[in-house]
Design a protein around this ligand. Sequence first.
Ligand code: WQD
Length: 342
Amino acid sequence: MKKKIVVTGGTGYIGSHTAVELINEGFEVILIDNLYNSEAIVADRIGEITGVKPELEVFDLCRRKKVSNFFNENKNISAIIHFAAYKAVGESVDKPLEYYRNNLVSLINLLYAMREFSIPSIVFSSSCTVYGQPEKLPVTEEAPVQPAISPYGNTKQIGEEIIRDTIAASKGLKAISLRYFNPIGAHPSGLIGELPRGVPENLVPFITQTASGKRDELKVFGNDYTTPDGFCIRDYLHVVDLAKAHVIAVKRMIEGKNKKRFEVFNLGTGKGVSVLEAIRSFERVSGKKLKYRITDRRAGDIEKIWADPSFANKELGWKTISSLDEAMKTAWEWEKKIRKKK
Ligand code: WQD
């Protein structure tokens, strides 16, 4: 009997890549998504990649009755992987209430359902944003969580606290929070990838859309930082490497290998890469010169952050395998593919 995993936000960027890896590992996957920022066709694409099309339930996790009905009709769920959330840092500053309501009410409804239907485990999609600008680099899980610089980042911090307190009060529950650094790239099949609606907030989709002619130029937000080349530094990891960590986390809890009932892991390469180095990587793998202009800094950007992934390496037996160039190449292949379709 296949173990059943519910993936919320399952037609989204990281959710869809994780669904592929879960199915490849022999799990039965049910996707829940309200399609606010993704498309139902992604479930078909997951089917094309794996040979098994996952069930897709379309509803809003903020509607508690809907959530309860779903879990009442779908028993024996081994774990939930919770991706569904609004995730645009800039937008969250303009729309704080929408972000707090959407990101926190959906999580709370899931935790109610876990208690009501005895669902034992949840993997929470968190972010390195919780660290703000770390004092020490590379950043470990012990680094202090800094006051959030955006409502989006705050929903990740508050989300972890809600889970921590709920786990403490409910013996049967356990959770793993995965703090992502910067996921980039797309599945090597070219069938799934990042599909940002409107103007992309993130660097790599903006780079590829500039190269494909969809955007005139990339604006680089500042090169006057105290970094070796003056540009911001981030830890860019391939989305497939990131997806694989979720499968490991789910198996860890199902097999009872978790050492505490609430565990946190940083998921990054451990290598800092500047915006300019990311641009050069894109130019290498695409053979194209990228049109970009240096502009003012973007409000809310931290200067530099990269992970110390040794805890995940050791405890989960997980590490990234794709290089920056390999990840960037899949992002470019994906961009060319979707441009062809449009
Ligand atoms: C990376 C670097 C920008 C766009 C955010 C969230 C994080 C996660 C990933 C959800 C920065 C520079 C960017 C552009 C640029 N989101 N940049 N021009 O801000 O590190 O992280 O997205 O899970 O939680 O905080 O990622 O890709 O937006 O920016 O110069 O058009 O690229 O200044 O230095 P970020 P990003």
